[in-house]
Design a protein around this ligand. Structure first.
Ligand SMILES: [Zn+2]
Length: 374
């Protein structure tokens, strides 16, 4: 049977002396196999990942797995606990203002150790490269931690480096998020643009193989950089590693029923990767739509006001159709319009809209997929 262990990793001490910590759940099967790291709630208002994880844990309690799973249900205790009234602030560190998912380290970029590693492993087997490279990554992360803490540990960097270290030894990294009022969608790197279909998301944003600060990028960049070093030596190396950001609908709410469907996507994916033995979780394969990052467009509020959002997440909208209207009663009695309409500039699929009707001019009100393809 699976061996399930838990531990708490301290992250940061609060002014009153309490220490915030991250709970880590490790599940190991009797047999060797691939390994998958899953974390949720790095943005504190994004809870649905916990509903997915609940069902994965439920499965792992009664079914043998092969290889291992590491699960971090609440990756960011400070973000989860930062409440204002009923709302979880969650997205930005209230202390520093930084976006919690833009602070990971790109610690292998132009690192001389990668060049040496590539030279020394040019004729090694893929399995041997994978295993010894993961050891190198853990060493480099330890050095990065030392380097970044010589004048004290930066709150954000330290936290993110802990998560990177916890994930560094794994074959797959899944970072569970949600958006405002959103459809379910997936971020996948260019090199995973075909492989990502195994997760069976309807909406897929294909991001460049570059670093922009997020966990999925921080996890795949060391492998992209290794591929680049091998390429310089004329070796064509297929990256064995996969990482994705899964966007599981809207923030601030959970649904265990929806979480069960979400967990089925992940369980079927884990079956295809050889971590679980049973298949058959998947809902029938859906038509999948993809777009490139530059076609994942944001609409910004043309004026301040109270917005009613007509276009709903998942809807296909034609150019010229109404997305939203804004109500601005301060314009009453003047020449300016009380009601303004925001129309679609191009055909698109609605992915996300702002959670509040009260909007400042220039705020992001919609995210949409344009120039999508199947
Ligand atoms: Zn997020």
């Amino acid at each position: 049977m699976n061996k399930i262990t838990t531990k708490n990793i301290p992250v940061s001490q609060m002014p009153n002396g309490d220490t915030l910590s991250i709970k880590v759940i490790d599940i190991k099967g009797d047999n060797q196999g691939p390994s998958c790291y899953i974390q949720a709630s790095m943005h504190g208002a994004e809870h649905q990942g916990n509903a997915l994880i609940y069902h994965i844990l439920d499965y792992a309690e009664s079914h043998d797995i092969q290889g291992s799973l590491r699960i971090i249900p609440q990756a960011n205790p400070l973000a989860i606990n930062t409440k204002t009234g009923n709302y979880t602030q969650g997205r930005f560190n209230p202390n520093t203002g930084h976006n919690w998912n833009r602070l990971y380290s790109n610690y292998t970029d132009n690192h001389p150790s990668l060049r040496t590693f590539a030279k020394n492993n040019i004729n090694a087997s893929d399995e041997s490269i994978k295993n010894s490279y993961k050891k190198l990554l853990l060493e480099l992360l330890e050095k990065e931690k030392e380097l970044k803490s010589s004048y004290g540990k930066n709150q954000n960097k330290h936290h993110n480096l802990i998560l990177q270290s916890l994930a560094a030894n794994f074959d797959i990294v899944l970072d569970l998020h949600t958006a405002g009022k959103a459809a379910r969608y997936l971020y996948a790197a260019e090199y995973l643009s075909s492989r990502c279909e195994e997760l069976n998301f309807v909406h897929n944003i294909i991001i460049k193989n570059i670093f922009n600060g997020a966990m999925d990028e921080a996890a795949f960049m060391p492998w992209v950089n290794l591929k680049t070093e091998f390429k310089k030596l004329d070796k064509d190396y297929e990256i064995p590693f996969e990482s994705y950001t899964l966007e599981l609908g809207s923030e601030e709410m959970i649904s265990l029923e929806e979480g069960k469907k979400d967990s089925h996507k992940v369980l079927e994916y884990l079956y295809k990767k050889g971590i679980i033995r049973e298949s058959g979780f998947q809902e029938p394969l859906k038509k999948q739509y993809k777009c490139q990052t530059e076609d994942f467009k944001s609409y910004y509020a043309p004026n301040g006001g109270l917005y009613e959002y007509y276009a709903k997440p998942g809807e296909f909208i034609k150019k010229g159709e109404s997305l939203a209207i804004s109500l601005q009663l301060s314009n009453y009695g003047s020449k300016r319009q009380v009601i303004e309409e925001v129309k679609a500039k191009k055909d698109c699929i609605i992915i996300n809209h702002c959670t509040s009707s009260s909007v400042i001019e220039g705020s992001e009100i919609y995210q949409v997929m344009e120039n999508y393809y199947t």
